[in-house]
Design a protein around this ligand. Structure first.
Ligand SMILES: Cc1cc2nc3c(=O)[nH]c(=O)nc-3n(C[C@H](O)[C@H](O)[C@H](O)COP(=O)(O)OP(=O)(O)OC[C@H]3O[C@@H](n4cnc5c(N)ncnc54)[C@H](O)[C@@H]3O)c2cc1C
Length: 404
């Protein structure tokens, strides 16, 4: 039997749930969320670093910069109100050599332009904040960076929207294709809808294609793996210690994060993989893997930043190299302090295939009664509650921007 709803949200990650919540706040009813997995948080939203970013890194005109600062505040308030674990521990960004100082100062200027509270501190001040971190002359201190429990947020938000009786999450139900006439074929049968919002994370570009959206983009999945400090060595890190990132890539570099459970994670790496859900060796490989292989090879040849990243990230598979990178931030680290970690996550990174460039911002495309959130990369968890307002505004806008 065909079901019907006013709003059909594809994807029950943080982006889908915050959009469902925002629809409720605007008085919308009869919202269905399709989630292909049996549980919450099976992909990026449950497999990230759990850092509430302050908004330092992003170019001032980007959607990331626009929604990260307010998103940080809204998520922090949500955690406090819903008793989700959050540690307002701040973060430092350190320069591991004189060459990185220029990048550090550029980051500080960008933070100021974005209106983010951040301070340049000297080595003595750094020692008071993170006694075991090292820097060359100066570091950035960001007090509004926090660490939170992403699964706790997903569960609390899910309970909140479900309680209203206007949102139903259909687990184990996948969007398969658009039949036309606002009818979606799902693994649970056909569903007719008024408006559809695609928040399918790693698969958002695939869903978008069914609506003729996003033809200029291709995706390349990047795996992030972590290591951990042993319990005895966890005193080495109080909050977050980050390097100055490579400005050519949309990744922040391997960093130390003390999670709300007290475990200290080091990572994530950013290694291209051959499956959207290829969390383990040989997992999720298939015909599409050849496409990812081809895309990686093309980008390797045409983009020097991509090439540099691929070479340096590949080396991080070697324990010794990973250790030497981590030791640049915390010189007292010894190889015995590091242990392997089961934590892994995959980023849904888009490439603008016409320009052969990694897309560094979120992309939102509207086509008729459907709207598509593409490239929901970090800090999309932090931004989500603020970003959802923008998405819903766009959903109701009369004049749609041209689909890309
Ligand atoms: C390693 C790593 C570290 C990160 N660290 C941070 C951080 O510290 N701070 C931060 O703010 N952000 C971080 N991020 C980014 C953040 O986790 C993501 O931006 C965010 O979780 C994206 O949310 P989402 O809802 O779009 O995606 P997802 O969580 O992947 O949700 C999409 C959902 O759609 C479902 N789905 C897919 N296809 C279909 C279909 N056809 N039918 C039905 N359902 C479907 C999937 O099962 C999935 O549950 C990190 C990401 C990674 C990978």
């Amino acid at each position: 039997m065909e079901r019907s709803c006013d709003f059909l949200v594809v994807g029950g990650g943080i982006v889908g749930l915050t959009i469902a919540n925002e629809l409720l706040l605007r008085g919308c009813k009869n919202i269905l969320v399709l989630e292909k997995e049996k549980n919450l948080g099976a992909h990026s939203s449950g497999r990230n670093s759990g850092v509430l970013h302050a908004g330092i890194y992003y170019t001032p005109d980007s959607l990331k910069a626009r929604y990260c600062i307010e998103g940080n505040r809204l998520m922090r308030d949500f955690c406090r109100e819903n008793k989700v674990a959050i540690s307002e521990c701040g973060k430092v960004i350190v320069a591991d050599s004189e060459e990185k100082l220029e990048g550090l100062h550029a980051l500080q200027q960008r933070a100021q332009r974005n209106g983010v509270e951040s301070y340049l501190v000297d080595e003595k001040e750094l020692a008071e904040i993170e006694p075991h971190a090292a820097t060359f002359e100066k570091a950035i201190y960001s007090p509004s960076t926090s660490v939170f429990d992403p699964m706790g947020v997903l569960e609390a938000l899910y309970s909140k929207v479900k309680r209203t009786g206007e949102v139903r999450v259909l687990f184990d139900t996948a969007f398969i294709e658009e039949k036309g006439g606002r009818v979606a074929l799902t693994s649970g049968g056909e569903i007719s809808y008024g408006k559809l919002i695609n928040a399918a994370g790693l698969h958002a570009d695939v869903v978008a294609r069914h609506f003729g959206v996003g033809a200029r983009y291709r995706s390349i999945p990047f795996m992030g793996s972590y290591r951990e400090l042993t319990e005895e060595s966890s005193y080495l890190v109080r909050g977050n210690i980050y390097p100055v990132p490579d400005a050519r890539m949309p990744f922040l570099g391997v960093h130390f994060t003390r999670s709300t459970s007290g475990r200290v994670f080091i990572g994530p790496t950013a290694v291209p993989v051959l499956g959207r859900e290829s969390y383990g060796f040989l997992e999720d490989l298939g015909l599409e893997s050849f496409r990812f292989l081809y895309r990686n090879a093309s980008m390797f040849m045409s983009d020097s930043g991509f090439r540099a990243n691929a070479l340096s990230e590949a080396k991080k598979y070697l324990g010794a190299h990973f250790y030497s990178e981590a030791r640049k931030l915390v010189p007292g680290l010894t190889p015995r302090d590091l242990i392997s970690s089961a934590k892994t996550g995959i980023r849904s990174q888009l490439v603008d295939w016409e320009e052969k460039k990694l897309v560094t911002d979120y992309v939102v495309c509207k086509e008729g009664d459907s709207l598509h959130v593409l490239n929901a990369i970090s800090p999309a968890f932090t931004s989500s509650m603020s970003f959802a307002k923008y998405v819903v505004d766009m959903l109701f806008e009369e004049k749609a921007p041209e689909a890309q």
